[in-house]
Design a protein around this ligand. Sequence first.
Ligand code: GLV
Length: 325
Amino acid sequence: MKPSVILYKALPDDLLARLEDHFTVTRVKNLSPETVAQHAEAFAQAEGLLGSSEKVDQALLDNMPALRASSTISVGYDNFDVDALSARHIALMHTPTVLTETVADTLMALVLTTARRVVEVAERVKNGEWTKSIGPDWFGSDVHHKTLGIVGMGRIGLALAQRAHFGFGMPILYNARSHHQQAEERFNARYCDLDTLLKEADFVCVVLPLTAETHHLFNADKLALMKPSAILINAGRGPVVDEAALIAALQAGKIRAAGLDVFEQEPLPVDSPLLKMPNVVALPHIGSATHETRYNMAACAVDNLIDALNGKTDNNCVNPQAVNK
Ligand code: GLV
C-alpha cells in the first residue's frame, strides 16, 4: 500500500500526478484546526506533509502521529517548529537552491527601483504630472559604483554580489556568521562587522533567515547608524527589521528609502504607514515568484518528500541528524 500524505498547496497537474504515483494524497486547503478536524483520519494516518505558508507546530503534530517527513515549498522554514519535528524524528525538507537566482533578481530590482524612484515617477506620469521636461524633483540616485552592503552571505547573498560586482561595478561589504572565501575572491567582497557595514553602505540588503538571533536585529539603534542617503532593502523575513523603527526612521528622513518584499505582518495591512510613503517600494513577498522558479520549487519539494519517505535525507534536509538517529 502507498504511504498517505497531506497536500496543503495546489500543485501543477504533472507534479500532482508524480506525487500520486508514489502516495495516496489527501488535498486540503490549509492546516487550520477546522481543516484538521474535518480530515482527522487522513491527518492521523499521513506519513508525509507537503505545502507552504502554514504553521506546523506541536498542536498540529499531535494530530499527526504517523508523520515521518514534512516538505515545504520554500527555502525559509521559520513557520516550522523544528525542535518539535526533530524530537519526533520527522524530516523537514526545503528548497534551498532552486530559487537563488530569482530572489537575487528581486533584490536587484528593489535596489534599482528605490534608487531611481521607478515606481514613484511612473505613478506621476500616469497621473498626468509629466507636462514639461523634468527637473531635480524627479531625479534619483546612482546605483552603479555605489557601495552595496549585504547582511547574510548565503547562496542568495552571493548571487546578489555577483550581479552587483560584475553588472554594476559596486564595491561590496558583507556581514555574516563567518568569512565567505568565494565572495571575497570572486567579487572582492569585504567582510566587516554589522555596525561598520551600516555606516558605510549606500544600500543595505538584508538576506537573513528569521531566528531568535535575527528577530528585530535592525532596530532603531542600528537604523540610526545608516547614512541619511542610504537605502534599506529587505527580502529575507519581515521581523528581522523592527518595522515601527523603520517607519520612524523613514518619517524622520534618517534614511533615504526602503525596498521591502517582506513585512512583520503579511499580507501588509492596508493602513500601514509604509504604503503612504513615496520612497517605499512595497512588494507582496514576490522574491521567488516567477512561473519558472515556483514550478521548480514545487518539483523540488515533491522530490524531497519522495526522497525523505524513502529514507534519503542527505539533500535539502534541515534536520538530518534528528532523522538518522
Ligand atoms: C520565500 O520566502 C521562501 O522562503 O522560499
